[in-house]
Design a protein around this ligand. Structure first.
Ligand code: C2E
Ligand code: CA
Ligand code: CA
Length: 640
């Protein structure tokens, strides 16, 4: 399998090279300019120093001369000569009438000397540079110590730059060329190293993005990229050379392992199962982990293989238990399969349909199901709804309807059961059958149940404010028993709304076989200590009925409506109900019959000794405001 999923920018190296070359040119230029500036500053400085010495020497010599001829003879040995107001070769002397003003010049024209002397006055001493018509001249001036009238000025064209260029330009060029060359090589090597590093880093990132950290299997992103590339390629082809199959694998009861044994056990199982599956599949099939305990297998160019053939070794791999920290754990898998392009020609459609098939495999406990277009439309809704739970909770799309619980003989309302509905902005009112299971198997279950509890408790308070004292029963999922802070949450909500605990009843479905009795007992004890009422729901349909009844301290048992509904026509169901009622009476539990749809049923139940019931005969579940009207319209129900 090709692990490369992220593109590495091919222009990176050339960009890097260009950047380092530009840097090299810049550094060389800076080097040349700085070196040239330093050298020329040094040259000009030493020239000025020399001129200062020259003018000092010549000034001393002119001091000694008493006449022009004497000055001439004094200057002669140094190669200088005097010509009044004349400048020849490299020396000229200008003697002003009123003062002794001597100008020495080195190869400078008379007009220049005049211009220079015009710029300086007789008081200016020292040395410096002067710009005249684009040329730089150097001057040095001194006043004699002995004869203050004697002012000497030395003017010369600067030659340091020429000399400098002559002496160092070639060397500088060679050095800068060498610097540049070294820099180029340095840049090449450096860019090579950097590009390599970046490529390595990029590769690691690409691997991380395309692989799952826990199992080292390709990730959702990777498999989707492969699928979309295949789908793109297959577009327009009408033969089956581009057929494919997507298998969605979901571990059964994995949530329980995580919740009861801890995440480290869950992680270990995921790693082990991935390894087994990878070994069981041919390399042409992509096995990817797409979420918690959800995996997919994608296979392209499916010719002779079919999904069942692909799934068989995966199912077989789960038949041996997994050993985690010395414990042997059995993990089952449910697989749903969808074919490309028959069951969908987009990733979304294939995923959705494979999920529907997987859901059916879970329900039927058949391990593998192929997608069939005629599958339950509820299942499709379920798949669409799965991603919308968080939003529904935050936007309060879940609403509670209330169904009265009545005394069968008097029709007195003794309480209400809160039943949730999803007021979906697109789908309308959705009943719990379509989404409760989906929520129960997700991590939203705790937030969801807290939402229901909080709204139900708030409703008790609202009704009380309207003069109605109605206790409310809330259905909890067995998974909620694993929420350690549930009791504290209920207490806090009761306090917040000022509701007494006995006004709240908790119904727990008896089919909660997945949670061990000890846990249930412990949580029920804490609920009981809190003071809320406890009911066992759907009694008769689960497997652990008797152990639950024996070990849990309950207030009420609700007989499942599947027995109640058929009591009139099925003597067997009638016998079962009778037995359940006897059991409740002997153990001292209040029995409530569910699914009371007719007067006849209500009468029969009363005759069998059942005091309470719930059902369409009395009322269907209804919104809270309607429940108030229901109570007001039938005042006898309350007083009876
Ligand atoms: P359940 O707790 O057994 O609730 C009773 C169900 O039977 C309700 O269905 C109610 O509408 C229906 N029912 C009541 N009287 C009759 C009758 O005379 N005949 C017939 N045929 N049905 C009757 P609903 O509201 O669709 O709820 C279905 C299940 O969803 C509930 O069964 C309960 O297990 C679950 N559920 C509802 N609300 C919640 C909730 O807030 N949290 C949890 N965890 N589960 C909930
Ligand atoms: Ca219930
Ligand atoms: Ca029930």
């Amino acid at each position: 399998m090709d692990a490369q999923a992220l593109q590495i920018d091919p222009r990176l190296r050339s960009h890097l090279l260009l950047a380092t070359l530009s840097l090299a040119i810049f550094v060389s230029t800076v080097f040349v300019v700085v070196a040239y500036r330093i050298a020329s500053d040094l040259g000009v400085n030493s020239e000025l120093k020399a001129a200062e010495i020259n003018v000092a020497l010549l000034s001393a010599q002119t001091d000694l001369a008493n006449s022009e001829s004497e000055l001439e003879s004094l200057l002669a040995p140094s190669g200088h000569y005097i010509e009044e107001l004349q400048v020849k070769e490299n020396i000229g002397v200008l003697v002003r009438n009123d003062t002794d003003f001597v100008v020495f010049s080195s190869g400078v024209s008379q007009s220049t000397i005049e211009a220079v002397t015009a710029l300086l006055d007789e008081e200016t001493t020292g040395s410096g540079l002067i710009e005249l018509e684009g040329e730089t001249y150097l001057w040095a001036a001194i006043k004699s110590h002995h004869n203050k009238q004697n002012y000497s000025l030395w003017v010369q064209e600067t030659s340091s730059l020429d000399t400098l260029l002559h002496y160092i330009a070639t060397r500088l060029t060679v050095t800068s060329f060498l610097t540049f060359w070294v820099a180029v090589w340095g840049a090449l090597i450096l860019s090579g190293i950097i590009t390599k590093r970046i490529e390595k880093h990029n590769e690691a990132l690409a691997y991380m993005a395309s692989h799952d950290y826990l199992t080292d299997l390709p990730s959702r992103r990777y498999v989707f990229e492969q699928m979309s590339a295949h789908i793109e390629k297959a577009r327009g082809a009408d033969d089956c050379s581009h057929c494919g199959a997507l298998l969605l694998l979901d571990l059964d009861q994995f949530k329980e392992i995580n919740d009861t044994l801890g995440h480290s056990y869950g992680d270990e199982i995921l790693k082990k199962i991935s390894r087994r599956w990878r070994d069981a599949l041919p390399s042409s099939h992509i096995l990817a982990r797409t979420g918690g305990d959800e995996f997919v297998v994608w296979t392209a160019n499916l010719k002779t293989d079919n999904a069942a053939k692909i799934a068989a070794p995966l199912i077989e791999a789960c038949e041996r238990p997994f050993e985690v920290s010395g414990m042997l754990l059995n993990v089952d898998v449910s697989i749903g399969a969808a074919y490309f392009p028959k069951d969908g020609d987009t990733i979304e459609e294939l995923m959705k349909n494979a999920d529907i098939a997987m859901y059916h495999a879970k329900r039927k406990r058949s391990r593998l199901e192929m997608y069939a277009a005629a599958d339950n439309p509820y299942t499709e809704i379920r798949v669409r709804l799965a991603g919308e739970v968080t939003q529904a909770l935050s936007e309060e799309q879940f609403v509670l309807h209330y169904q009265p619980k009545v005394h069968l003989q008097t029709c007195q309302v003794t309480g209400a059961e809160a039943l949730v509905r999803w007021n979906h902005p697109r789908e309308g009112l959705i009943y719990p059958g379509a989404f409760i299971e989906l929520i129960e198997h997700s991590d939203y279950i705790h937030a969801f149940s807290r939402y229901v509890l909080s709204h139900a408790i708030q409703q008790i308070q609202k009704w009380r404010d309207q003069g109605l004292e109605v206790s409310v029963a809330v259905n909890l999922s067995p998974y909620n028993l694993l929420d350690r802070s549930m009791t504290a949450f209920i207490r806090e909500q009761l306090d917040h709304y000022g509701v007494t605990p006995e006004m709240l009843e908790i119904e727990l479905t008896e089919t909660a076989t997945m949670i061990d009795i000890q846990t249930t007992q412990a949580v029920f004890k804490s609920f009981r200590e809190l003071g809320v009422k406890l009911s066992l729901d759907d009694f008769g349909v689960g497997m652990s009925s008797l152990s639950y009844i024996k070990n849990l301290e309950l207030d009420c048992i609700k007989l499942d409506r599947s027995f109640v509904l058929n009591m009139l026509s099925d003597p067997c169901d009638k016998a079962i109900v009778q037995t359940m009622l006897d059991l409740c009476a002997n153990l001292g539990y209040q029995a409530v019959a569910e699914g009371v749809e007719t007067q006849e049923l209500a009468d029969l139940l009363t005759n069998l000794g059942c005091a309470y019931g719930q059902g369409y005969f009395f009322a269907k579940p209804m919104p809270a405001d309607q429940f108030v009207r229901f109570m007001q319209d039938t005042p006898k129900r309350r007083s009876a």
